[in-house]
Design a protein around this ligand. Structure first.
Ligand SMILES: [Fe+2]
Ligand SMILES: [Fe+2]
Length: 221
């Protein structure tokens, strides 16, 4: 088009030839630059997705280990009481959650938390400690922990959807199922007299703050 316009206005034919010669390397450069830019973008979004998945898998694996240990601690104290079967049922589901994240960590090449031995001990101590205060306190602990975990799963689901629902489909399916399980554990705790625990409100809020701190740490370490 430009060349036709130049011809129309009587520019010398050599100009046209020079412009044609310049057009070839210019077009090649544009194609190459566009290709490189696309590649760079893909690498950036892939990198971002891998970082997101790495963080999510690390904290969720640590969280499920902690949950497994909490119910182990509760069972050690209350296993032979009327709430034993209820706790056992929730514990069995936590074992399934933990097993799933143990499969997903190597699959996504995610780094596990460096604080796993700490989550192991802290979870057991929290479960056994609240169970020693009575079954209502154990259930209050369940309500607090499961409320934080269910909310945390929800925020992770939103992050994965915002990134790419198709690329994150496997993780989204897992998180949605587990979020529903945790919500069910929360409701079970409420149905088994959690609000009747001594200092229920303070106990619950203290445990929730501890869980939020643990999540913050496990995402990073
Ligand atoms: Fe769980
Ligand atoms: Fe749970």
């Amino acid at each position: 088009m430009l060349l036709q316009v130049l011809h129309y206005y009587g520019y010398p034919s050599e100009w046209s030839r020079h412009l044609k010669m310049a057009a070839i390397p210019t077009a090649t450069f544009c194609v190459l630059r566009r290709g490189l830019a696309t590649r760079a973008f893909q690498e950036t979004s892939t990198y971002r997705r891998r970082s997101l998945q790495d963080r999510i898998l690390r904290v969720d694996h640590a969280g499920e280990l902690g949950a497994d240990r909490i119910y182990a601690g509760q069972m050690a104290v209350l296993g032979k009481t009327s709430v034993g079967p209820v706790i056992q049922e929730m514990w069995d589901q936590e074992k399934g959650h933990l097993k799933k994240f143990e499969e997903l960590l190597p699959k996504y090449r995610a780094r596990p938390s460096m604080l796993l031995p700490f989550w192991n001990i802290a979870g057991y101590a929290l479960g056994a400690g609240t169970a020693l205060l009575g079954k209502e306190s154990a259930m209050a602990c369940t309500v607090a922990v499961e409320e934080v975990i269910a909310n945390h799963y929800n925020s992770q689901i939103r992050e994965l959807v915002a990134d790419d629902p198709e690329a994150n489909k496997e993780l989204l399916d897992v998180l949605k199922t587990f979020r529903d399980d945790e919500q069910h554990h929360h409701d079970t705790g409420m149905a088994h007299d959690a609000p009747k625990a001594p200092f229920y409100k303070y106990l619950k809020e203290t445990i929730k703050v501890g869980c939020l701190g643990a999540i913050w740490l496990a995402e990073r370490l």
